[in-house]
Ligand binder design. Structure first.
Ligand SMILES: [Zn+2]
Length: 76
């Protein structure tokens, strides 16, 4: 049974909660917790090193690249 690694982050003070709480433990504010999916690009919390992912150069939508990078397959 895989466990979802969703985090709940307070939008007021940034405290990360392992599960949903109605009241933030960091700033004592209600309903400030928002569910955040780590796979959505947050990239790990404080003191944590992301195990996956690597920097990817982005290209503007205006188009400054002519061709997509080609991958040599070795297949004639
Ligand atoms: Zn808070």
């Amino acid at each position: 049974m895989a466990k979802a690694r969703t985090q709940f982050i307070c939008q007021n003070c940034g405290t990360v909660h392992a599960r949903w709480v109605g009241k933030c433990e960091g700033c004592n504010q209600w309903n400030t917790i928002v569910e955040e999916d780590p796979m959505g690009g947050i990239g790990g919390g404080p003191g944590r090193t992301p195990k996956k992912g690597r920097p990817v150069a982005l290209t503007k939508l205006s188009g400054e690249i002519e061709d997509a990078p080609r991958i040599m397959t070795g297949i004639s």
